[in-house]
Design a protein around this ligand. Structure first.
Ligand code: ACO
Length: 322
């Protein structure tokens, strides 16, 4: 049996920090409103492109794995905010890294993008078609924000995380995965004026608006992630008690707490860093994984459970054996 072991990891958080107090100087909001509802205290704002964030995270992951970019068979870039639509953003990463042998593509499953991409990478390796794949989650979500809208501007941030996965015969890496999408609710989280559906010449104000129904998303997120996590545990024959660390998507600390409760897990078994970074969409899971490793919270043989949901409404979960 071939496994897709995670051999390297890296992250890139832009240095510019925007706190809740900073935001309260430009819009009618406050730390007292934002923090208790979301768990967010600050977010990062990038002044460089999405592909540069992705490239930096990728370089760190490659260095950690001890791999040259030229050895990569593929680069999968999970993102909903590609720097360019044509060509894909992954090709900019390929160019910057010099990964000349790699197949490259972007994968858009919004905030679930990294879980989807890790599943695709694992399948490509397990099929024997590829041996070394770089999986990145990178977003420049602040580009889509209207800083005059307090309902959305306070929630999101920029960042990137990456992992290298390599073929191995040791049981490790993603060992179970469940992906899905609740598209009957695709309208409840969307950016309406981005993409070729829009009227090309009638809508030229350049404002990209995030529209979402927060409470409905909350309900569906808890349901989707709950179903997905239960399915992967059943697939692998693992009980919730055997999970050493939960590494969930970071959209709202209350959603994370719900998920932990559903799994009977104490919060000390949950990786939470939303306080510093807000919701970085496809980047939250690899950044959280990276920080869990940096903090020594992942030991060899550990079981990690990741779960995410995002626009679509996509959802998914993955069980990783370290
Ligand atoms: N500061 C101060 N007041 C605010 C702010 C703000 N930043 N934002 C909204 N308000 C006000 C609203 O105007 C409203 O006032 P009103 O009652 O006078 O009209 C009041 O606060 C309540 O607003 P709601 O939108 O109903 O707030 P809610 O309690 O639903 O909390 C939140 C919003 C935190 C987004 C919540 O719905 C949530 O966590 N949802 C799930 C996560 C989510 O939706 N994330 C964004 C999408 S991305 C993703 O999840 C993948």
């Amino acid at each position: 049996m071939t496994y897709a072991t995670i051999t390297g990891w890296g992250k890139c958080l832009p240095p510019a920090v925007l706190t809740n107090d900073d935001l309260s100087t430009i819009m009618e909001t406050s730390d007292e409103w934002i923090y208790p509802r979301t768990g967010i205290k600050a977010r990062r704002v990038s002044h460089v492109s999405q592909s540069e964030l992705a490239t930096l995270a990728a370089r760190r992951a490659l260095a950690c794995a001890g791999l040259e970019a030229s050895e990569l068979d593929a680069i999968i870039l999970a993102t909903a905010t590609p720097g360019t639509l044509v060509p894909n953003s992954a090709s900019a990463v390929q160019q910057a890294l010099g990964a000349h042998r790699a197949a490259v593509f972007d994968l858009n499953a919004a905030c679930t993008g990294f879980v989807y991409s890790l599943t695709v990478a694992t399948s490509l390796i397990q099929s024997g078609m590829m041996k070394k794949i770089l999986v990145i989650g990178a977003e420049r979500l602040t580009y889509l924000l209207d800083w005059a809208r307090r309902d959305t501007a306070v929630l999101f941030g920029d960042g990137a995380g990456a992992v290298v996965v390599e073929a191995s015969d040791v049981e490790s890496g993603l060992i179970a995965s469940k992906l899905g999408s609740d598209s009957e609710a695709r309208e409840i989280l969307h950016v309406p004026n981005f993409g070729s559906d829009r009227e090309r010449f009638n809508d030229t104000d350049g404002h990209y608006i995030f529209n979402f129904e927060g409470q409905e998303i909350f309900k569906r997120a808890v349901r989707g992630m709950g179903e997905a996590t239960a399915t992967v545990l059943a697939q692998a024959g693992i009980t919730p008690e055997q999970i050493d660390l939960l590494v969930p998507h970071q959209a709202n600390v209350r959603i994370i707490e719900f998920l932990a409760k559903r799994m009977n897990a104490d919060m000390d078994k949950v990786m939470v860093n939303i306080e510093q970074y807000g919701n970085t969409s496809a980047a939250t899971v690899p950044i959280a994984l990276c920080e869990a490793l940096e903090q020594g919270r992942v030991k060899p043989g550990s079981y990690l459970l990741t779960a995410a949901f995002g626009a679509g409404l996509t959802w998914g979960a993955g069980l990783i054996k370290w």
